[in-house]
Write a protein that binds this ligand. Structure first.
Ligand SMILES: Cc1cc2nc3c(=O)[nH]c(=O)nc-3n(C[C@H](O)[C@H](O)[C@H](O)COP(=O)(O)O)c2cc1C
Length: 331
């Protein structure tokens, strides 16, 4: 898809307003640094840098899975540093569906402590069946959420719960299931960005697990591309949606917002930049924000919600694909 260019901007570039709301919270930008890390000394340094960027540029921040804390509670400090550096950020904590849905009573009490100490704004539960399949130490178990379990978790933590994929996307059917189970929002985590079949396939190769490393080569194309997943999800649910998976520029952030996303998540580019240093990370944030404001300016808008009215070119093959699933384009 592409935006139709508007040669007559309706606002000064300096007046373009990026503020938005997500899960009833006011945010200065619709950009989320996606869940990546925690649990080690290096992770702590990365979380510190990401949190500094979140504060400086008004981004939301998701932390990596709390699984290491389930195994060793002392590792919680590698996450707490993020809240210290970003006292006002919308902060999302994270746990795997495999750990949460079949978790012991200890799982909930660890999450409760983490949510309270981190003053978490929301919990994301990641569904990563393909990754668990290829990961040498993976746990490819049933991951069917029930409304009883989700209500129990929400009652204990007192924060909204987001259902999140990590690179294979969410279909219309899965979105309906997440809604029925009582999730408050969906992070579509579509195909086209960080590819867990390839990442875990490399690790499986190093572990001399030939079946998994070869299967990874066959499965790396498996998944619903981010754009399609967004249209699938938006065609059936009104829940707030985070768009993630392969978002690499502010223009793509704008496209995700134009097609019904509420918040747009980016992972790997932030990690790569943070690993280089603070200056590179800040430069990435500035570029993303500049490009997003440019897309609003050049489509004749003044603010984020104007993107939903922007005129678009849509690839006929995309519309054809949607037709085979009986999906109408909903904006
Ligand atoms: C190094 C790394 C670690 C990640 N760890 C987690 C995690 O702990 N929990 C999670 O839900 N997603 C995790 N993700 C997935 C991201 O949050 C995101 O959904 C996915 O990478 C797609 O975004 P991208 O294409 O911008 O990287 C991780 C991604 C990366 C690159």
């Amino acid at each position: 898809m592409d935006f139709v260019h508007i040669a007559t901007p309706r606002a000064d570039f300096s007046d373009i307003d990026l503020s938005t709301t997500f899960l009833h919270q006011s945010l200065s930008t619709p950009i989320l640094i996606e869940a990546m890390t925690g649990g080690t000394l290096f992770a702590s340094k990365i979380n510190q840098l990401l949190a500094r960027a979140a504060t400086r540029y008004g981004l939301s921040l998701a932390l990596g899975s709390l699984r290491p804390v389930l195994e060793d509670p002392s590792t919680l400090s590698t996450y707490l540093i993020a809240r210290r550096e970003a006292p006002d950020a919308f902060l999302i904590i994270n746990i795997g569906a495999a750990q949460l849905l079949k978790g012991t009573p200890n799982t909930l009490s660890v999450l409760e402590t983490a949510a309270s100490k981190l003053e978490a704004s929301a919990l994301a539960v990641h569904f990563n069946p393909l990754q668990e399949l290829i990961m040498p130490e993976g746990d490819p178990v049933e991951m069917l959420p029930t409304s009883e379990r989700i209500s129990e978790v929400r009652a204990r933590l007192g924060i909204p719960i987001i259902a999140k994929e990590v690179g294979c996307g969410v279909s219309r059917e899965t979105a309906l299931l997440f809604e029925e189970a009582g999730f408050d929002a969906i992070d579509i985590g579509g195909w086209g960005g960080t590819n867990w079949a390839l990442v875990e396939g490399l690790r499986a190769g190093k572990a001399r697990d030939l079946i998994r490393s070869e299967a990874a080569a066959s499965l790396h194309l498996w998944g619903i591309p981010t754009l399609l997943s967004l249209l699938e999800v938006r065609s059936v649910v009104k829940l707030p949606v985070i768009v993630s998976g392969g978002i690499r520029s502010g223009i793509t952030v704008a496209k995700a917002l134009a097609l019904g996303g509420d918040l747009v998540g980016i992972a790997r580019p932030f990690l790569k930049a943070a690993a280089t240093g603070e200056a590179t990370l800040f430069q990435l944030c500035e570029r993303l924000i500049f490009e997003l404001r440019a897309a609003i300016y050049l489509t004749g808008g003044r603010c984020v919600s104007d993107l939903k009215q922007a005129s678009l070119y849509l690839d006929p093959s995309l519309l054809q694909l949607l037709k085979t699933r009986g999906i109408e384009l909903v904006r």
